[in-house]
Each structure stands twice: as structure tokens, then as C-alpha cells.
Design a protein around this ligand. Structure first.
Ligand SMILES: [Zn+2]
Length: 161
């Protein structure tokens, strides 16, 4: 039987096909064999619910047997922890900016005072409006150390402006 060749889908090199294997798409290099296994596992995880459950159970079991693995991993790979730290800082920064946008663009446009709640579709003259007092709470109220055991009632009047 003549030898046939194929092109490895991982490293793109030509290799001699093993006549006993059908659908051989990876060459014999260990790197390509690892890639083949990864691809197989990914496909299996996506298509086989039983396999997925088994893998998750095995992972959980392994983590229980090696509780300090990630702590040690971060010690052995300081760059990994720094990268995580930097990403977390970026997330915190973004959250701060969003929070600022939120208070300045929406809440501060509401002035303290008495407002009447009315459904839009009703004749105003026949309507008993429900008065609602709106009190603006200063941002500093939300700071740590300013917590108030009595709730909002003890806010000084001067803040409600
Ligand atoms: Zn290859």
C-alpha cells in the first residue's frame, strides 16, 4: 500500500498518514498531540453532558484534595497575581467612574421638595394627587463612619437641599 501524506491542522507541516488511523488530522509531534487532545476535550465538553458533569466532579474533587494549589500557584507565578491585581484595579476604576456618572447625570437633577405622583392618563382636575416629599441625601451619608442607627429621619434639615 502506498504511503499517503496529510497536513497537520496544528503545525501545518506535512506528515505520513498512518494507514490504520482514519481521520488523522494531527502529526505525531507531542505539541500537536496535546493540541489534538485539547480540541477533543473541548468538543466533548460542549457536546456530552455526562462528560461535562464527570469533568466538573473530578475538578471539584481534585480541588478538595489540593486546597492550597492556587495559593501556591500565585506564589510560584508572581506575575499572575500582579496581572489579576492590575485587572481588579481597572475594574474598580471603571466602577468608580460609572458611579460618578450615575449620581451626577441623574440623581442631582432631582431637587428636594414636594412632588405629586399622578398617572399620565387621568384628568388632572378629578384626580386626588398623592404628595410625596423628596429629600436629597448627601453623598457623604454613604461614607463609612457616617452610618446612622436611627435611619434617615435623623438627617439634619440643612442637608435636604
Ligand atoms: Zn503538527
Amino acid at each position: 500500500m502506498p504511503l499517503r501524506s496529510g497536513r497537520c491542522v496544528h503545525c501545518r507541516c506535512l506528515f505520513v498518514l498512518n494507514p490504520r488511523l482514519k481521520d488523522q488530522r494531527y502529526c505525531g509531534r507531542s505539541e500537536c498531540q496535546r493540541a489534538r487532545k485539547r480540541h477533543w476535550q473541548r468538543t466533548k465538553m460542549a457536546t456530552d453532558a455526562d462528560y461535562q458533569l464527570n469533568q466538573k466532579a473530578a475538578q471539584k474533587h481534585w480541588q478538595q484534595e489540593h486546597p492550597s494549589y492556587w495559593r501556591d500557584y500565585r506564589k510560584r507565578h508572581p506575575g499572575y497575581a500582579e496581572g489579576n491585581c492590575r485587572l481588579q484595579k481597572q475594574r474598580d476604576q471603571r466602577r468608580k467612574i460609572l458611579a460618578k456618572m450615575d449620581t451626577s447625570s441623574r440623581i442631582n437633577h432631582v431637587k428636594a421638595g414636594t412632588y405629586y405622583l399622578l398617572p399620565c392618563s387621568v384628568d388632572l382636575a378629578k384626580m386626588d394627587a398623592l404628595a410625596q416629599k423628596i429629600t436629597l441625601i448627601p453623598e457623604s451619608y454613604n461614607q463609612p463612619g457616617n452610618s446612622c442607627k436611627q435611619g434617615l429621619d435623623c438627617l439634619p434639615e440643612t442637608h435636604a437641599r
